[in-house]
Design a protein around this ligand. Structure first.
Ligand code: GTP
Ligand code: MG
Length: 377
């Protein structure tokens, strides 16, 4: 609010002064007669004092306050501005019409809201259609969507005799290897041997040695392809060989190159790419593209127990053709590992759906996942 006092000889004059200075939006707050004012024209006479005010907003918008620009006065400029405004309006209307025409389907609502899938993944899954979307699709639709998703996921057990565990740092490669080695040797009585090529991290060999001692199985250390080949040969009579590797940052191409060179032994190795379910989708893609220089056999996803949301893992699996072999969901060796089956996958997905439903009914959450999916084009 801008408040100002005006002193004039008559109310009429005061009003003219107010309008001139503050514009037609100004309001008169008070009018009073005052005695003669020192140094003011018309000495000795009573004056009118008017207190006027105007809103800053009104002030800003009032063309009467400043001289209108010559541009604004120019009718040609006005016509041009109006034309431009009309163009903007027309394109907004066209966009809205497009969005309305492209009504989301019930399937899209389920994929997006309940399963947390990305638009690009949904595009590949959802049937084309213009049905009215229901924010709470029925069980049949959810079941239908679940089946479509599960069809796109390929669970396989690791294949072959020699397995390596590669992946970013700290995702749980060594722990997962120990779980599988314990299950195969202790539980299934298979002759199992361990090799580690992780001579990089301090304590890495000792970490694996501890597991080998507890399981009473042999462990060799190899630092290059020749040593790895020799170690593999030394386990000729063994049913299974598990190779641990040093965690490598997907950004470090030089170290990755060295790791890949170590596998140049000519042996058929099933490389598990070990990834954490807590990793963001972009980082999963990046890890896959870097480690993909190896002929990867399948994925293992770890730390499902720590992931509050498995949608990044799901989006990753659905955007890739490679199969998945195992999930791990805790630190206990060997308990916290399970074969990645479609049934388990369904359970993880439905767990997310239940969480979203809970958020919808209680109003909890507020991460936008409970909003109807309106934004696909
Ligand atoms: N919560 C949880 N923790 C896990 C899981 N798997 C492994 N961990 C923990 O993750 C940490 C790192 O595990 P490691 O097996 O040493 O990981 P790594 O990938 O071999 O690490 P680097 O060799 O250093 O790259 C350890 O504290 C593990 O106990 C899991 O499924 N859930
Ligand atoms: Mg390790």
């Amino acid at each position: 609010m801008n408040i100002k006092k005006f002193i004039a000889n008559s109310p009429q004059e005061a009003l003219t002064m107010v309008k001139k200075e503050m514009g037609p939006e100004a309001v008169i707050l008070e009018t009073r007669t005052i005695g003669p004012v020192e140094g003011y024209a018309g000495k000795g006479r009573s004056r009118i004092e008017v207190t006027a005010a105007i809103d800053y907003e009104a002030l800003d918008n009032s063309s009467a306050l400043g001289k209108p620009s010559t541009e604004a006065q120019d009718p040609a400029k006005w016509a041009e501005l109006e034309g431009r405004l009309k163009d903007i309006w027309d394109s907004l209307m066209a966009l809205e019409a497009k969005i309305l025409r492209r009504a989301v389907t019930n399937q899209e609502v389920v994929y997006h809201n309940y399963f947390g899938l990305n638009p690009s993944v949904i595009k590949a899954l959802a049937p084309e259609g213009e049905r009215e979307a229901n924010p709470r699709p029925n069980r049949e639709v959810v079941k239908e969507c679940l089946i479509s998703v599960l069809k796109q996921i390929h669970p396989i057990p690791g294949q072959g005799r020699i397995f390596s565990f590669v992946g970013p740092t700290g995702v749980g490669k060594t722990t997962t290897l120990a779980k599988l080695a314990a299950l195969s040797s202790v539980r299934h009585g298979k002759r199992t041997a361990l090799i580690t090529v992780d001579t990089f991290r301090i304590g890495a060999v000792e970490q694996l040695q501890t597991y080998a001692r507890i399981m009473d199985i042999p462990l060799s250390v190899a630092s290059n392809a020749v040593e790895l080949k020799r170690a593999i040969r030394s386990y000729d009579g063994f049913d299974l060989i598990f190779i641990d590797t040093a965690g490598r940052s997907p950004g470090n191409k030089r170290d990755l190159g060295r790791l890949f060179a170590t596998f140049n032994t000519g042996d058929p190795i099933h490389h598990y790419l070990v990834l954490s379910a807590t990793t963001k989708l972009q980082d999963l893609w990046m890890a896959e593209s870097r480690f993909g220089a190896l002929p990867l056999g399948s994925y293992i996803f770890t730390k499902l127990d720590e992931a509050t949301d498995i949608s990044d893992m799901l989006n990753f699996l659905l955007s890739r053709q490679r199969p998945i072999s195992y999930f791990t969901m805790g630190q206990r060796v060997p308990e916290d590992i399970e074969r990645a089956t479609r049934r388990r996958m369904a359970e993880w997905i439905l767990k997310r759906k239940r969480r979203v439903e809970h958020e919808i009914t209680t109003g909890a959450g507020g991460d936008g996942s409970s909003q109807p999916a309106q934004t696909y084009s």
